[in-house]
Each structure stands twice: as structure tokens, then as C-alpha cells.
Design a protein. Structure first.
Length: 689
């Protein structure tokens, strides 16, 4: 026997602790470890023996293999087996005995281990196959396997096992090894980023086209997860496609049922179900979970380079109806749309008459409408430039053969938003530095008013009645025109405070009051307008609330002159009663508008001489606080925010809104819904204090 090394001798003499001895396989060779056993106490030898068996490359080694049957071993005679060492043996055959070969314990363990590995592998394959079947049937997925699979060898991984989390190395940015050079690289690059791309070949520096041919992972939407039953999902989808979508200029009319939507986009599925649950009085319990999943999907797609067209459509729908996330969704969707040059489809439509390009252009127009709506509501600059050729050339688009009736409605709104965008930019340039408007702006205001008149003359007779929403298209023209006039003429009240209205602004003041009165009266008298309260975008709800607040504020300053106090109070009380009767979900804006407007009327009747800013902030604050204090609403917010530990007062979530108001847009402005002392209403858009 060879002489032991110093390390082995020291370990044997107890100079190493017990842990080092037991972990011997990682510090000594197996030969040294076996030699070490000679010098170890008897109680230690078994630990080393077990460790050697466990850490050996081939697992436990079978030292002796049983080759004699039980009868021969009992007689201690030689056992001769002719069948490759398998019983029965010659002696047992001759004597008619039962030949049994008793296997050793190690052999049994080895065979059992192999059996377990095979069983785990079979179960894993069956589990993966069932998962695939459930995904195809749009049913909830199974829970992951709890037992560790013996088939963890990469070469023997089940092809059905999609629940295994791959270990991804932390790598740097991906590069293009052989990038295809664009034509402009032969000369000076058009933009600096192209030069950097040519130098670094970083794939992230290139813009990606829309992945329109990709299919959705149906296993990750709210139906597959079991959050919404298939029956409820079909009911909500029918509500959206047959009614709500027509208020959004039929942006999703290419889809006919739930299954077609689920096959294309998870985000679009969640968006449609969220919006439908918001409007459905029987789906209050579904709105919170659907909205939470919608936010989750959008958050996960934030840094995905390829953007699907249906994801843009989902963000349009969310921005159009969901006031608590509209500003963020609109901005993100517009940036992604610009990244794939969505507006260039305008030229494709004109040149080729492509239906696919027309669908992209409709999306672009919808993004512009949402952008202008939010610019008006928040008094902030738009993201899309008003001089975009696709916006200025909407008339040419209507002449193309692929244009349909819904495109006329979309174009009418684009034309109005161009006018209102011009109004906002004009007052931004000419009245930001003054507290009151100068007299020389009177003619400009009258010019804008005439543009609104021409818009009404152009579109009122051209938009046809629809069976699903009645005469809303044509009557909506009148509603939008009055909202535009209120938006325009309310500028003259900026900086007046308690001062009298200048004589040259009296016509504008009367026009603003008349427009606000007409807005409320048409909602009370016209059945199509009343029905539209459940379906119209949150932009219209906000402007209606602004019209009511404007009238109430006029009663505290110009009672008996521009308005009659009692008439205004009766008008708004009737509107409150109507809002409470609307068949909609408990989290819809009309619910909070009803409560808030009622408090505003009570405050106006109770304190007729109170300053307007203080008076009306209290009423609109109620709209916000009432929802926040409602236990059911708070529970729903907690559920959407992930349970306990959500954002507190004054904190904001990822989409700009905090617990100051669930469906009330905040974005860091104020806690109230439409506070007239807020900077939002001191801008050129709403500033008349």
C-alpha cells in the first residue's frame, strides 16, 4: 500500500473538522478518501463510505451480485443457470423446486431508482400534454408538478413541459452579426442613431416593424386564467362589439366574437373585457380583476421591442374609456405608433387602397383623437403635431374606395379636433402672460366660432342613423359643437374674478352660458343622448361635468344677468336624478358625477355669496372622496392594487393615479376631480377665474 499524503494523514488524525471529512469528495480524490478510512475512527468510516457512494459519478456501486437461487444457497452448492443467469437453475428444474433469486438490497434500490425516473418522466410528459390540451380549449391551466422530475437531464426534457423556467444568463445587448444595410447608408446617414448602429451593430438601435402576424398566447388572458368565466367573457364581448364599440368609431369592428379577439391579442382581450365590465351593472366583481390583468399585460410589454397592432388598439380602447390610466396609455401608444411610422399608412391608402393600411390609419386617427381629448382636459401640449399630413388630408382619405361610414364619423372628429387644437395653441401663444384677455382677441374668438359653425354644417346632415346607437352620430355633432363653444368662450372669464365682464366680451359670455345650458338640456330631453351617457368616452363625461360646474359658478356671480339661479339648480338636479338611473357599473364616472353634482347644488343653495373657487372645489372634491371612502370601492381598489400594502394617500401608481380616486384622473395635479382653483383650470383651456 502506498504511503499516505500529509493531507490525508492530518485529516485522519482529527486535524480537520467533521464537516471537512464528510465533504471529502470535493477536496480529495476517491483514492485518497479510501486511504483516509484506514486512519479514521470506526464511527467516521461509515460517513466517508456513504459520502463516497453518493458522490461517485455512477451513483452507489453494487459490490456483490447475487447469482445463486435461494434453494442452492441454502444447500451451499453451485447454482447453474443456463438462461443468461436468470432462474430457474438446473437443480431446481430437475427436482421440481421453486427457483427464486433473492436480489441484494443495492440491486433493488438501483432498479427502484430507475423505475422512479421512468415514472417521473412519464408523468411529466402526461402533465405537459394535458397543459397543451387545456390551452387549446381555453381552460385554466394545471398547477406545476410538485414532485421533482428525475428527467432533469437537458437531453431528456419533455417536449410538452412548458412550465420549466429556463435559466438565462445575464448577457449584454444583442448585436447583428450580418445586418442588412439600409439604402441610405451608402451616403451620409439621415439621423445620428443610424451612424451609431453602423458602428456598434446593436440590435436595440433599430426600429422594428409591427408584428401583425403574431398570435396571442391564449393561456395568459383573463379567461384562460379562470378570472372570468367563458360565459361572462362572451357576454361582455357581445356588449362591447354590439354597442360600446360604435361610440369609439367601430375601432374593433374587424372582430366578430370573443375567440377571434383571443387569438390575436391578450392585451386587447383584457382591454375589451375591462371596458365592458365598467359599463355592465352586473359585472362589478369582474371589473377590478380585469383591470388589474390589463395593467399587468401592458406593464410587461413596456420594454418589448416589437409592438403588435392589436396592442395599440388595446391601448386606444383603454385611453378612450378608462380615465385613471388614459393619459399614460395615450402617450405610450402614440410613441410606439410613431416608432413603426403608423401615420405613413395614409399614403398607402391613397396609393394602393389597401384595407390593411386603412385599418392602420384608423388607429392613427383614434390616437390623435385621444391625444386631443386629453390635451383639452389637462391643458397640456399634444404629442401629435397638428400639421401632420394625414390629419390635414382627411378629406382625401374619404374619397378612397376602402372608406366606409365609420370613417366619416372618425373624420368628423378629426376635423373638430384640428379646430380645437388650433384654439388651444392660439391661446397658449397670446394669453399665457396676461391675467385677462386683451380686447384685440375678440375677432379671433369670433373666427373660431365661425369655424365651429362650418363644422356643424358639414357633418350634421352627412352622418347617418345607426340601429345600434340611434341618431347619436348626428346628434353627437351638436353635443360636440356646444362643448367646443364652451371650451372656446370660457376663456374670456380668465382673470376677471369679481370684476364685471367687459362689454366687448359680453357676446362670448352669453355664448358660453348658452352652450352649457344646451349641453345639460339635450342630455335630459333626447333619448339617444341619455342612452349615450353609458358608452360615451370619459372626455365627454368630464366636459359635461365642466358645463354643470360652469353654470353653478355663474349663479354665484351673475345671477339674474347671465343665468337664473333657480333654473340652473333645477336643471342640474334633474340631471343628477337621471345619472343615478343609468344602467352602468358602480365604478363608472356617472355614479360619482351624480353624487358630486348633488353636493355642489346643495353648497350653492346654502352659501350663495361664497367665493366660487372655494364653493365648487368642495363639490368636485366630494366626487373623489366619496369613492375613496366607500368600503366596497376601497376593497376593489385593494384587489386591483395587489391587496394590502397598496399605495397610500398622496402616492401614485404606475399609471399616474393614486388612491386619491380610483377612476378619477390625478396625474399629480390635485386630489379633486375638477377643482376650479387648480392650475389645470387656470390655463388657456379652462381658466376663467
Amino acid at each position: 500500500m502506498s504511503k499516505r499524503s500529509w493531507s490525508v494523514a492530518n485529516a485522519a488524525q482529527g486535524l480537520l473538522d467533521m464537516n471537512s471529512v464528510i465533504g471529502i469528495g470535493s477536496r480529495f480524490s476517491y483514492k485518497e478518501a479510501y486511504q483516509m478510512r484506514i486512519g479514521l475512527p470506526k464511527c467516521y468510516k461509515r460517513y466517508v463510505h456513504i459520502h463516497l457512494q453518493q458522490d461517485s459519478p455512477n451513483g452507489p456501486q453494487i459490490s456483490r451480485k447475487v447469482k445463486a437461487c435461494a434453494a442452492c444457497r441454502k444447500q451451499k452448492i453451485k447454482c447453474l443457470m443456463d438462461n443468461n443467469g436468470e432462474p430457474p437453475c438446473r437443480r431446481c428444474i430437475e427436482r421440481g423446486l421453486s427457483c427464486v433469486l433473492n436480489k441484494s438490497l443495492q440491486t433493488l434500490i438501483s432498479e427502484r431508482s430507475q423505475w422512479k425516473d421512468d415514472m417521473h418522466r412519464d408523468i411529466s410528459n402526461m402533465h405537459g400534454a394535458v397543459q397543451d390540451i387545456l390551452k387549446r380549449l381555453s381552460m385554466p391551466a394545471l398547477q406545476p408538478l410538485k414532485a421533482p422530475s428525475a428527467a432533469e437531464d437537458p437531453q431528456e426534457t419533455s417536449p410538452y413541459d412548458d412550465t420549466v423556467v429556463e435559466k438565462v444568463e445575464d448577457v449584454g445587448p444583442s448585436c447583428d452579426n450580418s445586418p442588412k444595410l439600409p439604402p441610405q447608408t451608402e451616403s451620409l446617414q439621415n439621423v445620428p442613431i443610424e451612424s451609431l448602429y453602423q458602428i456598434t451593430r446593436l440590435r436595440s438601435l433599430r426600429a422594428e416593424n409591427s408584428g401583425d402576424e403574431s398570435k396571442a398566447d391564449e393561456g395568459s388572458d383573463v379567461v384562460s386564467k379562470g378570472i372570468v368565466s367563458l360565459e361572462d367573457a362572451q357576454r361582455l364581448t357581445t356588449l362591447y362589439l354590439q354597442r360600446l364599440d360604435h361610440y369609439a368609431y367601430s375601432i374593433a369592428n374587424k372582430f366578430k366574437d370573443l375567440q377571434s379577439i383571443r387569438r390575436r391579442s391578450v392585451a386587447l382581450t383584457n382591454a375589451i373585457l375591462t371596458v365592458a365590465a365598467l359599463h355592465d351593472p352586473n359585472s362589478n366583481q369582474l371589473f377590478g380583476p380585469c383591470c388589474r390583468e390589463f395593467k399587468r399585460v401592458l406593464a410587461e410589454s413596456m420594454f418589448v421591442r416589437r409592438i403588435d397592432r392589436e396592442d395599440l388598439r388595446a391601448m386606444c380602447i383603454g385611453s378612450y374609456w378608462l380615465s385613471d390610466m388614459s393619459y399614460t396609455l395615450s402617450g405610450h401608444a402614440i410613441r410606439r405608433a410613431m416608432g413603426i411610422n403608423l401615420s405613413s399608412n395614409y399614403y398607402r391608402v391613397l396609393n394602393d387602397g389597401s384595407e390593411d393600411a386603412a385599418d392602420c390609419l384608423r388607429l392613427w386617427y383614434m390616437l390623435y383623437i385621444c391625444d386631443q381629448h386629453l390635451s383639452i382636459l389637462y391643458g397640456r401640449p399634444t404629442t401629435i403635431r397638428i400639421d401632420d399630413p394625414s390629419l390635414q388630408g382627411w378629406e382625401r382619405y374619404l374619397e378612397v374606395r376602402v372608406a366606409v361610414e365609420q370613417d366619416r364619423r372618425t373624420a368628423s372628429q378629426v376635423a373638430l379636433m384640428v379646430v380645437m387644437g388650433t384654439i388651444r395653441e392660439f391661446f397658449d401663444r397670446h394669453s399665457r402672460d396676461t391675467q385677462t384677455l386683451p380686447q384685440n382677441l375678440t375677432e379671433h374668438i369670433n373666427s373660431f366660432d365661425r369655424q365651429i359653425d362650418r363644422w356643424v354644417e358639414t357633418w350634421y346632415q352627412h352622418l347617418k342613423r345607426r340601429d345600434d346607437i340611434g341618431d347619436w352620430p348626428s346628434k353627437g355633432v351638436l353635443l360636440h359643437s356646444n362643448l367646443a363653444r364652451l371650451h372656446l368662450h370660457s376663456h374670456i372669464f380668465r382673470g376677471l374674478s369679481t370684476a364685471p365682464i367687459p362689454p366687448y366680451f359680453r357676446p362670448s359670455a352669453s355664448s358660453a352660458v348658452s352652450a352649457a345650458n344646451t349641453i345639460v338640456e339635450v342630455l335630459l330631453s333626447d333619448p339617444d343622448m341619455r342612452s349615450g351617457l353609458v358608452g360615451m368616452p370619459h372626455y365627454l363625461h368630464t366636459m359635461i361635468a365642466f358645463a354643470c360646474g360652469f353654470l353653478l359658478q355663474m349663479t354665484t356671480r351673475y345671477d339674474g344677468d347671465l343665468v337664473q339661479r333657480q333654473h340652473v339648480h333645477d336643471l342640474i338636479n334633474r340631471l343628477v336624478a337621471q345619472l343615478r338611473q343609468m344602467p352602468t357599473g358602480k365604478f363608472h364616472l356617472v355614479r360619482f358625477m351624480a353624487e358630486g353634482l348633488e353636493k355642489m347644488v346643495e353648497a350653492s343653495m346654502r352659501t350663495p355669496t361664497q367665493p366660487a373657487a372655494q364653493l365648487f372645489n368642495g363639490g368636485f372634491q366630494y366626487m373623489n372622496e366619496q369613492h375613496y371612502r366607500d368600503p366596497a370601492a376601497v376593497a376593489q381598489m385593494d384587489m386591483m392594487g395587489g391587496g394590502a400594502g397598496g399605495t397610500g394617500a398622496g402616492q401614485h401608481n404606475d399609471y399616474g393615479g393614486g388612491n386619491d380616486g380610483f377612476m378619477i384622473p390625478d396625474f399629480g395635479l390635485s386630489n379633486s376631480f375638477l377643482p376650479f382653483e387648480d392650475p389645470v383650470f387656470r390655463t388657456s383651456d379652462f381658466g376663467y377665474l
